[in-house]
Design a protein around this ligand. Sequence first.
Ligand code: PLP
Length: 630
Amino acid sequence: MNLYGVHRWGCGFFGVADSGNVFVDAPLESGSRRIELTDVVAELKSIGFEMPIVLRLENLITARVTQLNQAFRNAIESTNYKGDYQGVFPIKVNQQNHVIEHLVRCGDKFAFGLEAGSKPELLIAMASLRNKESPLICNGYKDREFIDLGLNAVRLGFRCFFVIENLHELDLILERSKTLGIEPLLGARIKLSTKVEGNWQNDSGDRSLFGLTTIQLITLVDKLKHVNKLHLLEMLHFHLGSQIPNIRNIRDGVNEACRYFIDMTKEGANLKYLDLGGGLAVDYDGSASTNQNSRNYDINEYCIDVVEAIDNALTPLGIPHPTIITESGRWLIAPMSILLFDILAVEEFAANQKIKSESGNSGIDNWCEPVLCLFDTESNFDQHRLQENYNDTIYNLDQSRRQFSSGKISLREKAIAENTSLRILNRIVNLVPSLPYPSPELLDLKDKLADIYYGNFSVFQSLPDAWAIEQIFPVMPIHRLSEMPTKNGVIADLTCDCDGKLDRFFVDSASSGSLPLHELRSGEDYLLGVFLVGAYQETLGDLHNLFGDTNVASVRITGDREFEFLELINGDNVADLLSYVEYQPKLLLEQFREMTMASFNDGRISLDEAENTVAVYSAALKSISYLTSS
Ligand code: PLP
């Protein structure tokens, strides 16, 4: 089924099997192997692992690390480029232990490194990296402790670079280096003038928060020259922003950075590395366009463009080609994770056939004007005058609401007006696709009449970017895909927040405010997956309404329909969540027990009832925050 565009955003990993279930294709050394997500879910269910679940597919990390390194190698081989490529993974994009461990393991043969932007991340990197050829890039602001840690990493033989973000850091680094007797490896982060499109455009341009201005860069060079340490400056670093949709911005950025590289070399710097930061984008909506949820290039074009741009700039001047470093996080890790959740209920936006509208049954003899007009529109419905039917319906619906507010019509009459309108509008919406030139209002009607599917998850915890920056993530049912969906829905989460919803999708190659979905079947789960959520989402998620971390299952695909669970991590239970906001669950239980016993002492409840009530409270503390089927 092409409706959900999985063939476009699926990165070659996801698709729909003949069974109607979503499959994952994992490239293994012995060829690609396929599993269906429903098989994984069934196994998890059989061991009592409940929805919502974040599924991490370890094989997809290996596949992406290999693809990235291979694409750069191919680009280097196909040009005149004499330098090398090394990637690093920015830990902030997904800091989870299992993810970093696996990245380091599968990146080892490419001397793939890590990027740390804080002390905790540096501690992770220092304890995780094994290959001493792998770069360890320290970005962000650094204090004495951070610098001492990095210098100790150098002492251990790591290629640990301090990327200088401001000039104060330099003095501290030189001072600590002298005290500890360890020569640092230095990089300079530059502020490029190149501006990028998309969500992160403030990371680029003259007013970006990070990096050195040209004046500061020259001051840095002079300072290092002054203390005879310019040879320590081996790396030039820039970062234009995350998710750069347009390849032209990337080329412009590399071209501009090369100008810095050339003149810094002329100034006497011993530059051996050019670090392009992150920005390699993911095609979340599958449109292959320059909108912020997509990109107009693929990995091969990205690598070729970068390599060629550096080659073209440096070769004519006889400047040795640097090792290219990228800090791609999103592209590397997004496909790895899928958020799976079940639909708990659906609120339909259809008319209620049971509301009585005949005068005898309703007890109303003389219908008010708006209701009479709506009855008239319905009985004289003309499919060749859809816009007129629509206009009349909306007008009279509005009139009924005004008249209700001013006390002229009753609650029942208002209900009849709304119910009749819904009947008419649902009739119109079914006919809109047959119109050659439907108006924007008629086109919007589908979304306005969309049912609300209530999902067992929290947008704020599991998909924070969907709320914060209106990011589109691909969403689709993971089963029943050989059956055409007959409904249209938006997805509401469990939080009591009007922003806790998914209502931006890409359907049938176009953006849409609702998603085609199936009707629920009684006694059967209806499972949805949100794909490409491996980057940033787990880390940025918050505890809105105290919905905590979901369950997490790390899976390794081992063969066709064969997989193993590497790790099953239970989500936060209610007691965990309460302690995050400074409650002491034990104390709460005690307080509650005392209150219950006071009710027993007052004779309000029996001892049995008191014990039961305390047991219910105590069990709730141990349960997870999401809804369970038990
Ligand atoms: N490097 C730096 C310095 C960053 O700030 C970021 C994120 O914004 C990245 C790398 C990762 O970017 P992306 O996930 O787009 O590859």
